[in-house]
Structure formats: C-alpha cells, structure tokens
Design a protein around this ligand. Structure first.
Ligand SMILES: Cc1ncc(COP(=O)(O)O)c(C=O)c1O
Length: 360
C-alpha cells in the first residue's frame, strides 16, 4: 500500500488557530462576535423551520438572495450565498488561483485568504501595511490573479475609502479584486468605505458576512456580490447544499430586523470608544479602528494575553495574527469592559513587568 502523500505545497501551511472563548460570554473578546447577540426574531424563525429539517435546503438560498438583492440594489444573480464568507474565499481560490496562481494581500493578511491560496497551490505575495493601512500602491504593482483587500482590515481596523479602492481597481495588476467587508457595518461612514457599487463590473467582488453585525457567527452564512460571470463559475464548483435551511431562515430573520442591526452598530461604536478610553487611560497605544475590535500595542503580546486570561478575559495575541507586539481586543459588552478594566488595573499595579504598555 502506498503512503498517503499530500500535495507538497501543503507543507508550508500552518493551520488556522481560532480565538479561545473565555469562561463567560462577557469575557470573550477574541473572535469579534456581536456584543448584542442575534435578533430575537431569529430563534422563533429557526424553531419553526426545524419542522422541515428532514428536507434538503434550497440550494442557492433563493429567498435570501432576493432579500439581499433588494438591500444592495443588485440582481439576485449577482449574489452567491456561502457557508460563511470563508467558504466563498475557498471557492474564489479554487476558481481563480489554482496551482501556480498568484494572490496578493496585505501583511498581515486575513489568514483564510492565505490558507485557501496555499491550499490550491498558489503563491502569495504579502505587502506590508503602511502606517497600519493597506499599501494600495504597493499592492497595485504586484502582478496577480487575485488581490485580497480586507476593508476594514483585520487585525488593525483601518479602512481604505471607496474612492481609493476604485483607483486601485483601475490601476492594479490583478485580474480580480476581492474586497472583504466583514466589518463594514462598524465603520464610521460605511457608505464612504463600501465598494458594493463597484461589484457590478467583472473585476471586483465584495464579501459580506452574517457573523458580525447580524450576530450569526454560529449559523455560518456569508455572501459574495459580483459580476454574473464570476458567480457563474463559483456556482459550478460549490457544494450544492452548503448553506443549511436553518442558517438560511436565521439570516432572513436577522436581515428583516433592521432595528437590531442598527442597535448593534450604535452600541459597538459607543463601547468601542469606551474601550479605547480605558486602554489609553492605562497607557496603551491603540490603532484607531472602524471595526468591532481594536489593536493595542504592547511589548510582549503573549504575556498580555496570559495576564488577561488569568482574569477571565480572552483576547487574540498579535503573534497568532502575524503582528507580534500587539493584541487584538473585540469590543466587549459593558460588563466585559469592567472585567477588562479590572484586569488592566491589576496589570499596571505591578503584576508581570513584561506587560507594561509600550509608548511611542
Ligand atoms: C476579515 C474577515 N473575513 C471573514 C471572516 C469570517 O466570516 P465568516 O464567519 O462569514 O466565514 C472573518 C472572521 O473573523 C474576518 O475577520
């Protein structure tokens, strides 16, 4: 019997390491989840949909695509729903990169952009951030099949303006530009940031998710808005039933509750400024964020992560995210913020000296 031999390029792949939950939901600040949870209407919609759980789901999530088409002012044929936006990133890599394809992304990238590219045997060029932002000029000069932009960027929370993205699309050496707008609801001015209206033409596609502002991370629903020929090729290769019927119903109910989505945005922005104030008050430098997390600079991210873990607060160390010397903290609930403040006070009164803030 021959030994199993994975494709050789998979050797350089490191698996994705997810954020760890804390003992309580309030202390869990590692995965950028919604601080208000999902709309109350989601659980009743899901409960009634359970009655037909023995049936396969609608393969393309037609009702959801129709509602999303209305929301974004695009034809439903320009929308593909996936098992989280992560599934759609894999499909993009399969269709547009493949063996010997070339991807360009920021350094640090969103890990799934990089993992999916390597998974299909493509090469990835990382272009370091400039002053915490995408270096669009640097990225535009790289010849690539796919350029991945994450806007707002994870893990910094910085944004490119829509006008900058339009210029990028017109000048870059990539065939397809994929803009991941997972966090766009939390931008100060989402309309000045979102590139959805550029997605009608073939060279740009936008990814959105129900995991953040809609509070459905556990349901696994994301979608892509793109030109019909991009959607057509992705439809050919997708698993036909990847979005479950309960997930489709949950997303439809979440979409209909516009008030809840607005409250999540308002509350996240309000608590984000309190989080920044608490961190700056403790002497930390915080990167100005348009997302539901902030990036904090520190000398030793592993020590800060350990310290906060001892106080039942879980955050993501920058070393896990390609950014050593920084820690990413999801905007917490009011109670979570009090827990974090207590933990920071404990840290600045002489606990481990390695977690002293880095200034300047
Ligand atoms: C930039 C970015 N894109 C996509 C996702 C994942 O989206 P989904 O849950 O829809 O797969 C995340 C999750 O943290 C993210 O940070």
């Amino acid at each position: 019997m021959t030994a199993v031999s994975p494709r050789p390029w998979l050797d350089r792949l490191l698996p994705y390491s997810p954020g760890r939950p804390a003992p309580t939901a309030d202390g869990s600040m590692a995965s950028n989840e919604s601080l208000l949870g999902a709309s109350a209407s989601v659980s009743s919609a899901v409960a009634s949909a359970v009655e037909t759980i023995h049936r396969y789901p609608n393969p393309l999530a037609d009702d959801l695509r129709a509602a999303l088409g209305e929301l974004h002012g695009v034809h439903p044929d320009q929308i593909l729903v996936g098992n989280g936006s992560d599934e759609l990133i894999y499909l993009l890599a399969l269709a547009f990169l493949g063996h010997s394809g070339r991807a360009v992304c920021a350094d640090p990238p969103y890990r799934i952009d990089e993992i999916s590219s390597y998974a299909v045997g493509a090469d990835v060029t990382r272009v370091p951030l400039k002053n915490w932002h995408h270096d669009l000029q640097g990225m535009a000069s790289v010849t690539a099949d796919v350029a991945f932009l994450v806007n707002p960027h994870n893990p910094t929370g910085t944004v490119c303006l829509r006008s900058e993205i339009e210029r990028f699309v017109n000048t870059c050496n990539a065939r397809l530009v994929v803009v991941d707008e997972a966090y766009v609801d939390f931008a100060d001015a989402p309309d000045e940031v979102s590139a959805v209206d550029l997605a009608r033409q073939g060279r740009l596609a936008v990814l959105r998710t129900f995991s953040k502002a809609f509070g459905l991370a556990g349901a696994r629903v994301g979608y892509l808005i793109g030109a019909p020929d991009v959607i057509t090729v992705l439809r050919k290769i997708r698993p036909p039933f990847s979005v479950g019927s309960l997930a489709q119903v949950a997303a439809l109910a979440a979409l209909a509750d516009t008030g809840h989505r607005r409250r999540v945005r308002d509350e996240t922005i309000r608590l984000r400024s309190q989080l920044v104030a608490a961190l700056e008050g403790a002497g930390y430098e915080v990167v100005p964020s348009h997302a539901n997390f902030v990036l904090v600079r520190c000398d030793d991210d592993a020590a800060l992560v350990d310290h906060l873990t001892r106080h039942d607060v879980s955050v993501r160390g920058g070393s896990d995210l390609g950014m050593p010397g920084a820690v990413r903290i999801s905007v917490p609930t009011e109670r979570g913020l009090r827990m974090l403040e207590r933990a920071l006070r404990a840290g600045t009164t002489g606990e481990p000296p390695t977690i002293r803030p880095r200034l300047g």
